[in-house]
Design a protein around this ligand. Structure first.
Ligand SMILES: [Cu+2]
Length: 355
């Protein structure tokens, strides 16, 4: 979220010891974008295990549907929190986690739930991958998803998608229109991450039933274009994501995470452009806290951003260039691969925004 990383805010350097308690306090600024966010354990070295065992959930900052055309305002939104579990006996596996092993996929902690819709009805769905490691390639065998928000940012260009790729940490706010009466399936397609292969899996049944209702016109934009002008870039940096398979160690710019080291020191209010380079042979979802970014190019091809985002997949060999403004908050926070197994194994770095 776009909140302070200091003190008891979005401060990942804090750790709450076993048996202790701690009160976090997030002050949501007036200009905070409405949308879908999430929370999870960020304990370095333990984040995979703790999220895998359940320590994650969704946060909704309200106001997104108020940005929709008048006849779509005020309709109830539906949270779709995607998690996975490997069940051994009556417990969830927590040691020697193999994200490539057979996995039970759950939606809001239920296996294959049913969602009803009327033909023509429009429902806002909040899709969030709140699992530790695995990816989703979502498809609804019906109308396309109409994307109105990405990573908690209302989009300036609404777009349609038959598939949505959600690496760990990714969120999309979409509008779903009720198809003709019948049963449809929200599923994740087979996905090859480079090291791991996730099979096609059914997630939720959509039952279209009842009297057909008139479908309101879809929006084309929720907010003014918020692209960051290239002329404002004051600093360019390269971040290389690599690994050593023999030791299962992961690096950013050849270094493992060290909470006592500051890797990047941008100045408050300035714009930087980072080239994210994946020199390993598997995919890594890049994620950064506090300030979201605009994707400028992927694999050397210009990218037409439809909004800001905080998570972007890095494919081997395809540089991703992002532009970001370090606005509003000074202090220390992190960027990392959101496959928590990789983060725990070193693929995280410290940013300190200074005056
Ligand atoms: Cu990774």
């Amino acid at each position: 979220m776009r909140v302070s990383p200091a003190d008891n805010g979005d401060n990942i350097f804090l750790s709450v010891d076993a048996g202790e308690q701690f009160a976090y306090s997030l002050e949501i600024p007036e200009n905070h974008p409405p949308g879908t966010f999430w929370y999870h354990s960020h304990a370095h070295g333990l984040s995979e295990e703790q999220v895998f065992r359940g320590l994650s959930g969704m946060i909704i900052v309200q106001g997104l549907t108020e940005l929709l055309p008048a006849d779509l305002r005020g309709i109830d939104d539906i949270a779709i929190g995607l998690k996975d579990a490997q069940v051994v006996g009556d417990a969830i596996e927590s040691e020697n986690i193999d994200s490539n092993a057979p996995t039970l996929r759950v939606v809001n902690s239920a296996h294959l739930p049913v969602q009803e819709i009327a033909p023509g009805e429009v429902q806002p769905w909040r899709l969030a991958n709140i699992g530790a490691d695995i990816w989703y390639d979502l498809e609804l065998g019906a109308e396309p998803f109409v994307v109105v928000g990405e990573d908690g940012n209302p989009v300036w260009d609404v777009w349609e998608a038959q598939h949505l790729l959600l690496p760990p940490g990714k969120r999309f706010d979409v509008l779903v229109t009720g198809p003709p009466a019948g049963e449809y399936v929200l599923e994740t397609g087979r996905y090859l991450q480079g090291d791991d292969t996730y099979p096609r899996t059914e997630l939720m049944t959509l039952v279209s039933t009842g009297a057909e209702v008139a479908t309101p016109a879809m929006p084309t934009s929720l907010v003014p274009v918020g692209a960051i002008p290239p002329g404002e870039v004051v600093e360019r940096r390269v971040m290389v994501f690599s690994d050593d398979e023999s030791t299962n160690t992961f690096f950013i710019n050849d270094r493992e995470f060290d909470p006592d080291r500051v890797d990047v020191r941008p100045r408050l209010g300035t714009v930087e452009e980072w080239t994210l380079r994946n020199s390993s042979d598997e995919q890594h979802p890049f994620h950064i806290h506090v300030n979201d970014f605009q994707v400028v190019s992927v694999g050397g091809e210009p990218y037409e951003a439809r909004g800001l985002q905080d998570t972007v997949p890095l494919l081997p060999g395809d540089d991703v260039v992002i532009r970001t403004r370090f606005a509003d908050f000074t202090g220390r926070f992190v960027f990392h691969c959101h496959i928590l197994n990789h983060e725990d194994a070193g693929m995280m770095a410290v940013v300190e925004v200074v005056e």
